[in-house]
Design a protein around this ligand. Sequence first.
Ligand code: ARG
Ligand code: MN
Ligand code: MN
Ligand code: MN
Length: 307
Amino acid sequence: NRISLIGAPVDSGQRRRGCLMGPIAYRVAGIERELAELGHEVTDLGDVAPGELPQAECPNPAVDQLPETLGWTRALRARVADALDGGTMPVVMGGDHSLALGSVAGAAQHAAQAGRPLFLLWLDAHSDYHTPLTTVSGNLHGTPVAYIAGREGFDAFPAFPAPIPAENICMFGIRSVDAAEHAALRETKITVNDMRVLDERGIVAPLREFLDRVRAANGMLHVSLDVDFLDPSIAPAVGTTVPGGATFREAHLVCELLHESGLMTSLDLVELNPFMDERGRTARLMVDLAGSLFGKKVFDLPTRSFL
Ligand code: ARG
Ligand code: MN
Ligand code: MN
Ligand code: MN
């Protein structure tokens, strides 16, 4: 595989500063070497910049840093689309989750041109299904899935290229959903695998169901991994911790199954706030998980593949 590492020091999607240090932390934690040692051809494209900020207003006065987020959305969409057009797999090193407004738009633009359906796997404690009109916090990192699904309320943003149908969107790890998001999600066919589902069924069966659908449709698959998908006890470096997250073992298993499926075509690593980390442990864990996503395993015996 050819991998393009894309630094996205985005900090405009929320108000607790620090995510802008994420790309550097991934580099210090050795992400390039981790992936290269697995046999991939890795190119670090450096950091994206938001460019000149557009004028923008939103009828909801709570919305914070809209022009900054619009700048990042435009720049990241172009960079991710270019990486895919060039036959590489973009790995976007965030940056807060608002970067997915751009990264998934870039993937969608590419998929539409390639004539393939795009699927989205959202690994997160949160559903991020607010629109700029429904958000209470005003933090735009809580909105990307609504944009990607083509919800209304994003007038200030460029139209999302080929919105992803709800049936192609699957969330895992969900355990914090605001009232407006809940009401809207109930009206859709988005698969919400909240912690209740994972406790009862485990993570393997629901993940396989989704991956089978991606494979059957010859789809492309964007994976967006929010640090707060993980339990705060193993991943403290995030602004929005929620107890009861995925364990170390569940998270690695998800990543290994994703690798074995061969279906992932683009990836975000988001919400790492190195300022809140403990001796780099969260950055290191995220790099470890990236390793599992790209083929790292302890044993490589044929009997190990159950997919
Ligand atoms: N739903 C909350 C909000 O809108 C939290 C969003 C958290 N999102 C995230 N990407 N960490 O403020
Ligand atoms: Mn901020
Ligand atoms: Mn998120
Ligand atoms: Mn989250």
